[in-house]
Design a protein around this ligand. Sequence first.
Ligand code: PNS
Length: 168
Amino acid sequence: MTSTATSRVVCPGSFDPITHGHLDIIGRATRMFDEVVVSIGANSTKPSQMFTVEERLAMITEVCARWPQVRAVSFTGLLVDHCAEIGALGVVKGLRSATDFDYELPMAHLNRQMSGLETILLPTAQEWSAVSSTMVREISRFGGDISALVPPTVAEQVTARVRVEGQR
Ligand code: PNS
């Protein structure tokens, strides 16, 4: 018997901005699931932002255009409610280090406790294990080269934003 069921997962995050590390996880998720929804959520512990949600959505859509089964959305409120609304069977997140694991595990436990939502933690490719959006913003703000950490269009937009910030 053939099944027509679609496996849909969410790659959630702040994506401020999206990095090669995120893209590694999204790309690997496309090889395991039919649909990958990249969902921008609010992280209450990270108030400082470089890009608006609309700007992040546009960037993600552009750099994920190579994968027809990927779309970008934003959500407010709980991740479990967002996943229920769009019919996602679970979330896929990258693990760079033991620190990430300590941060992700309680969220995975709580999300499963609240709604049964599954969390799949994928070890990040080693080449991206030191890359974070926070470091991309910081390196760029101090004049460093971020071209190896993010796609060219993202690097251009970060550099332009840093220039505007410097004029304020
Ligand atoms: O890229 P980040 O900052 O690690 O992403 C964190 C994010 C946005 C995925 C996480 O903070 C989240 O799920 N926020 C939505 C609110 C929520 O569900 N909080 C309870 C988690 S147990």
